[in-house]
Design a binder for this molecule. Structure first.
Ligand code: NAP
Length: 244
């Protein structure tokens, strides 16, 4: 009854080369979707295509023009996952304008641009669709040294709500997933030092960090018909971090 299948559906996953995005591609392919994977390192895409049979697109999503072109090149899409993101972790007082702009360009503007192109296609085809934005607990709770990153994710969560409102009449559902620390190259870079990681882990009720599959399973659920009445939500996948 709860088996998730995406046979006959086409999915687009951004930031698919490593970490969470890579796992999302694998899970969606396992569930029968035809997947287009977008990332910016060709070697990652080549190995992912060899592993999964997905289609790949090389694009630097920090460029507005490249983000728009990638979404156009992807063709008709039923399921979209805006996962590409960067984390430039620095104190507020030392946050550079360049770092701020790059963070917002990748984490927020690219999701807007790609979603706009894909949603226009969904509306034109009239069969609805489902979009999941990979946000963060840092978009909900204040974390030190996360001014640009947290602002980009809070912005992404609100984009989720407004898109859900406007696209709902077209049967396009839009939801955010807000993970805690997930053990990926990004997660290791930011939290891998136990001096930083241990106090964070201590604040997570389940007492552990997550793995990419924890996020990918939640993505598959929200993309699927099992979540047919769910739109506009902010779904923590956080071991309970956000209870306080
Ligand atoms: P990751 O290990 O750094 O992997 C990110 C992937 O996205 C990489 O393949 C990267 O390509 C690609 N990417 C980044 N910027 C891109 C751009 N401008 N254009 C095209 N591709 C780009 O990160 P992750 O941990 O899997 O994170 C995935 C998402 O989850 C992000 O939105 C992140 O903010 C969010 N998240 C992560 C955590 C965590 O603890 N890991 C927690 C909460 C939320 P390259 O490697 O070639 O740059």
């Amino acid at each position: 009854m709860m088996e998730i299948r995406f046979d006959g559906k086409r999915a687009l996953v951004t930031g698919a080369g490593k970490g969470i995005g890579r796992e999302i591609v694998k899970v969606l392919v396992d569930c029968g979707a035809e997947v287009v994977a977008v990332s910016r390192t060709q070697a990652d895409l080549d190995s992912l295509r060899a592993e999964t049979g997905c289609t790949t697109l090389l694009a630097e999503l920090g460029s507005a023009a490249a983000a728009q072109q990638a979404a156009l090149d992807a063709g008709p899409i039923d399921l979209l996952v805006n996962n590409a993101g960067i984390a430039i972790i620095e104190p507020f007082l030392e946050t550079s304008v360049e770092g701020w702009d790059e963070t917002l360009a990748v984490n927020l503007r690219a999701a807007f641009i790609v979603s706009q192109v894909i949603a226009r296609g969904m509306v034109a085809r009239g069969k609805g669709g489902s979009i999941v934005n990979i946000s963060s607990q840092a978009g909900v709770a204040a974390l030190p040294n996360h001014a640009a990153y947290g602002a980009s994710k809070a912005g992404l969560d609100h984009l989720t709500r407004v898109m859900a409102l406007e696209l709902g009449p077209h049967q396009i559902r839009v939801n955010s997933i807000n993970p805690t620390v997930i053990l990926t190259p990004m997660g290791e870079k930011v939290w891998g030092d136990p001096v930083k990681g241990d106090p964070m882990k201590a604040r997570i009720p389940l007492g552990r960090f997550g793995y990419p599959v924890h996020v990918a399973q939640a993505v598959a659920y929200l993309l699927s018909d099992k979540a047919d009445m769910i739109t506009g939500i902010i779904m923590p996948v956080d071991g309970g971090y956000l209870v306080n």
